[in-house]
Design a protein around this ligand. Structure first.
Ligand SMILES: [Fe+2]
Length: 377
């Protein structure tokens, strides 16, 4: 019997497009039906109720188990209902998902919010991951950055369901995620199969509202093959990834700039990766506002830093969003010079942007903020 075994989940939200993915138990056709609606109501039984029914659909008659369809021609900053379905070849055996809500990206000057999390696999606490993702959903971010280690071992197919898609099942139906590689993703083909990141996929850029985001593949930059961290060829001047980073930061007039990658250059706890500091000058040169890292399963926010010193006027803030766990024993007895705030507490990050104002909150699994900063420009 044909069934949907993962998803649906959302990728790459644009002002007029969005990508919808799901996985079926057997190779099957892919179809997404979607409906415009002006208002979204919840009926008494909790089910979504369509207000305006103008059905459109898109179909891929290829047969696959992992389905990727991109809706186009959508209205900016607009909610739609969608429903995915798949049909076996030469069969009437069709499976349909429930109806879910998807929203396209906002216009350049419209306020928005996003969340940051990580380590559902690194921490390996399924119940906590469920709680964190459920709490993220109550804050209703436009999208989620996952800063790596979403799984325990990315080469194991079952891990993706166990540590990532199962805890995120509800959240991912209505909140697109952007995943960057952590060491636990293990350079696995499943990373590429389960995401629809912009090219080349392991590092990439996208714009949302008045902000530019660049994701990097830090495990490709630092190798632990000989036991101790060593910089790889990715660090040489002119390497494709560093050239990409510099070009994407130099070529934008976005008001806010964010870079996210797994290995933390600055953290006063175990698993700081000093080697990553060598390319911080590129980040700082182009005025990146906040860098999001993970790998160390704690929360930490640096002072604004530039050239290895605190610079309150022109520095970049480094946030370790160690996410869905808390390793108290990983914190060092005393904080480092670059540490502004640091706690071992399960959490996610919420960022709210309204024009030249940015608010960042670290929020625990129960929904309570425990750290806050506001930036103005
Ligand atoms: Fe890690």
């Amino acid at each position: 019997m044909l069934s949907i075994v993962k998803g649906p989940w959302l990728q790459s939200p644009g002002c007029n497009t969005i990508t919808i993915m799901w996985e079926t138990s057997e190779p099957a056709e892919s179809q997404v039906s979607y409906w415009e609606t002006e208002l979204v109501h919840r009926g008494l039984n909790g089910a979504p109720r369509l207000v305006e029914v103008t059905e459109r659909s898109i179909t891929n008659r290829g047969y696959s188990t992992i389905h990727t369809l991109t809706l186009t021609g959508l209205q900016t900053d607009t909610s739609y209902y969608y429903q995915v379905s798949s049909r076996l070849k030469n069969s009437v055996d069709t499976v349909k998902s429930d109806k879910f809500i998807v929203k396209t990206a906002v216009a350049k000057d419209t306020p928005f919010s996003f969340a940051v999390c990580s380590e559902t696999g690194g921490a390996g606490d399924h119940a906590m991951s469920c709680k964190i993702f459920s709490t993220i959903e109550t804050y209703r971010p436009e999208f989620l950055l996952m800063v790596g280690d979403a799984v325990r071992n990315g080469t194991q197919y079952e891990d993706w369901e166990k540590w990532f898609f199962s805890p995120g099942q509800n959240l991912f139906t209505n909140t697109p995620f952007y995943l960057c590689p952590g060491n636990h993703e293990e350079y696995s083909p499943w990373f590429y199969k389960f995401t629809a990141n912009p090219d080349p996929g392991n590092y990439y850029t996208f714009d949302y509202g008045n902000a530019r985001f660049v994701a990097l593949d830090s495990p490709a930059m630092v190798s632990y093959k000989n036991g101790s961290p060593q910089q790889t060829e990715e660090f040489r001047t002119g390497s494709p990834q560093l050239a990409f980073l510099e070009e994407k930061l130099a070529s934008t007039d976005a008001k806010w700039k964010f870079v996210f990658f797994h290995y933390p250059p600055y953290v006063s706890a175990d698993y700081q990766v000093n080697e990553m500091r060598l390319f911080c000058p590129i980040i700082e040169k182009y005025g990146v506002d906040i860098v999001f890292n993970s790998h160390t399963i704690i929360y930490e926010r640096s002072h604004p830093l530039r050239a290895g010193k605190v610079d309150k006027n022109a520095g970049t803030i480094y946030v370790v969003a160690g996410g869905a766990g808390a390793m108290q024993e990983w914190l060092h007895p005393k904080r480092a010079w670059h540490t502004a705030q640091s706690l071992a507490r399960p959490h996610f990050i919420q960022v709210v942007i309204a024009g030249g104002t940015l608010e960042l909150r670290a929020i625990d699994e129960n929904g309570y903020p425990f750290d806050y900063i506001q930036l103005e420009k």
